[in-house]
Write a protein that binds this ligand. Sequence first.
Ligand code: SAH
Ligand code: SF4
Length: 359
Amino acid sequence: MEADERTDTYIVTEQQQTLMGMDLPDMEAALGGRYPKFRAKQMYEALYSQRKLDLALAKSLPAALREEFKTGALKTDSRYDSVDGTVRYLLGLADGKSVEAVFMPENGRDTLCISSQVGCPVDCKFCLTALMGLERNLTAGEIVGQVLHIAAAHHLDPHDRQMNIVMMGQGEPLMNLDAVLKATRLLVDPAGVGMSERRVTVSTSGLIPKILELAKSPVRPKLAISLNASHEEQRIEIMPITKKWHLKDLIEVCADYPLRSWEALTFEYVMLRGVNDTDTDAKRVRKMLANINCKVNLIALNPGPGIPFETPDPERVASFQEIVKAGMPCFVRKPRGLDIYAACGQLKRMSDELVQLQN
Ligand code: SAH
Ligand code: SF4
């Protein structure tokens, strides 16, 4: 033990400080000069790189120091396993609220879908999360905590796996941009969780000023835009936020977005039967995005109770895809975990409904 380290009896702190979400300077500050600086680096690496979710396992740290902190790891409130391998977690937060995260395994290219808020304040008419309203923003620690929780549960190593993270769970990530960016820095720091910056994606309903702010951040996730409509009136109908941030302006901001050399924008398009799924819609989408370096992901609506829309037939989706494909890469996202309400737009703590569904 270093000469300047405390060797006296443990200080019984009234409340242990939570490490999850702290960056290295935060941890140095939390040590407050009571320990040498390298202890902060050790804590940082034990938590994020070695993913020790219980400080008792971080044996390199002095016992007295371990007593002063807690990791802030999330706990599993519920877990639902889909027949397709998808696992949906309801994760408990310190204040008793809970949030959802989804693990989607795929031949070594696993995807973790994580939340950025509890609920969501954006009123999209096809999305179950919208029905919750906003309960609160998540902290950076609660965002990173979802990744570490799933990595531990499934024995994943973010350093050497082809692992993707999408912030497409509950919430509008750009309404919680500071926490999302801090979480991203912790996730992509080689001394931290160690993910590739190319494998973290954030999806937004189109908050223009926040897209501009994101563009300026030196470390940032890739950007996906939930387009979901081929013209202004149609988008207002299903995404009322369009009245505030107009479609034309959104497309302009996307065209000017400073992409990195390896990057393209993603546009997501939820297809609603008879609303936005015609060949004419597809042609408009192709034209609208013609000057943007992008790809399009089509998602046939995942239905849910209280959602007043229907899913288009696979033939309609295929026809739409053919048309868009003539202008840019266009894929159809296959739904994952439909049987456990884990698919896009279904995250709403549906435990009661699920029990009914399974009985
Ligand atoms: N709030 C962000 C990210 C979370 S939603 C956003 O809107 O982009 C993630 C994706 O799920 C979005 O592209 C959204 O359009 C899509 N989605 C929402 N409800 C859906 C539903 N019922 N079926 C299929 N996709 C849905
Ligand atoms: Fe919120 Fe995204 Fe759902 Fe819209 S689609 S309500 S922005 S989570």
